[in-house]
Design a protein around this ligand. Structure first.
Ligand SMILES: [Zn+2]
Length: 93
């Protein structure tokens, strides 16, 4: 989903969420029903949390550029943590 901005002559900017690529050039204003033309606005990339965007970028990149490793990944450290009771009775390799 993406947020598209339209401008109503009476009500000003109107934000509408639609699937990407499905925004028409004009819509009826949700407030007054008048025609509202689509506005081209800058994407709000600067408002995103850096950590969250880094995770999203890594996840997206893993679809096409999986990380290359030179050895088998080791087990995560479990010292100091109790084993998950949901998997405690499962057979171990
Ligand atoms: Zn309006």
């Amino acid at each position: 989903m993406a947020t598209y901005t339209y401008r109503c002559g009476a009500d000003g900017p109107v934000d509408v969420r639609r699937p990407i690529g499905t925004a028409p050039e004009t819509i009826d204003c949700p407030a007054c029903g008048g025609p509202s033309a689509r506005m081209i606005t800058a994407p709000m990339l600067g408002l995103a949390d850096r950590g969250r965007m880094a995770v999203l970028d890594r996840t997206e990149a893993s679809r096409f550029e999986p990380p290359v490793v030179s050895s088998i990944p080791t087990e995560p450290r479990t010292r100091g943590r109790r084993p998950d009771p949901r998997t405690a009775r499962l057979p171990r390799p």
